[in-house]
Write a new protein. Sequence first.
Length: 146
Amino acid sequence: MTQATSGVRDLTRFLLKCETEQSPPSEDRGDAALRALGKIRTYLTKVVGIAGFQALLTRALALAAAEVVWLEAVSVQADATLQGFEDAAHSLSAQTVAAGGTALLEQLLGLLITFIGEALTLRLVQDIWPQSQSDNSETGTKEISA
């Protein structure tokens, strides 16, 4: 899976919108994507542990780096956090950084759908972002497929 489906892209855009609305406006240098990834990390490490999430994020990063070359400078640490994202972001345009964060989030969501299915992935999203329950039309929930 190198390209995200339209349903995964819609879900990603919706989550980025949620994160952008929850934080004060600023020049987005991938901050919304990093916040979303952090929330998913917090949730999933309780279920699959740090090593499980680290493996998932590492694979998502490898797939995203195939689309967004500057992500090759980013790595996943033993604690399942990203190293190098913010450092690389300082030398890139905000649009380029946001594209990298979006690609990474899309790949992670796509992998979740592949491994645990659409229904459980959407449940995870609804648990983390309760506001998504009130507006499923924007998430493309009926059309998400890996």
